[in-house]
Design a protein around this ligand. Structure first.
Ligand code: FMN
Length: 147
């Protein structure tokens, strides 16, 4: 039997998918070139292990959603968490998902100036002060017009 396209792209579809979102703060400000090379690196690495997701950057904060099988997501996250260029402040969301939010993106990216500031502030403020009430839908909305 031929393998459906979705399984070819993302491995065995019966594997359980998880999504993990964290908030971190840069140790030193990232300039445009830093971000560009970071994104190239993220996209290359993530594509190899079928991890998809999205990254937000606002002032010195990052918010990143990773998704894939738990083994793959945890391996990528372990590298990210050990990166001395930033400090992870909290895990905002971690759960099983029935489907990927960003199936086509090895790492989507949004800088703060591409997002309505009211929406961005709402997500960042909730995340900083009450991670249990992290508005995952608001985070996803910020990327919705690219889909
Ligand atoms: C905010 C932030 C997000 C990152 N996201 C990813 C990512 O999604 N995937 C990834 O492989 N590396 C990511 N990195 C980079 C890793 O921390 C690490 O530098 C990289 O995975 C090492 O890759 P290399 O072994 O190919 O040099 C991120 C780093 C930062 C600071």
């Amino acid at each position: 039997m031929p393998t459906p396209a979705s399984e070819k792209q993302f491995g065995n579809s019966s594997e359980i998918l998880i999504s993990k979102t964290y908030l971190s703060r840069a140790v030193r400000p990232f300039i445009e070139e830093d971000l560009e090379s970071l994104l190239v690196n993220c996209r290359e690495n993530n594509a190899k292990v079928n991890v998809t997701g999205a990254l937000l950057h606002h002032n010195d904060y990052f918010m990143q959603l990773l998704e894939g099988t738990s083994v793959e997501v945890e391996a990528v996250y372990a590298r990210i968490a050990a990166d001395p260029r930033h400090e992870v402040m909290s895990i905002l969301f971690e759960d099983e998902i029935s489907a990927r939010f960003f199936p086509d993106w090895s790492m989507g990216y949004r800088a703060a100036n591409m997002i309505p500031s009211k929406a961005l502030n709402q997500v960042y403020e909730s995340a900083k002060f009450d991670s249990k009430r992290f508005p995952i839908n608001d985070f996803l909305m910020m990327f919705s017009d690219d889909k």
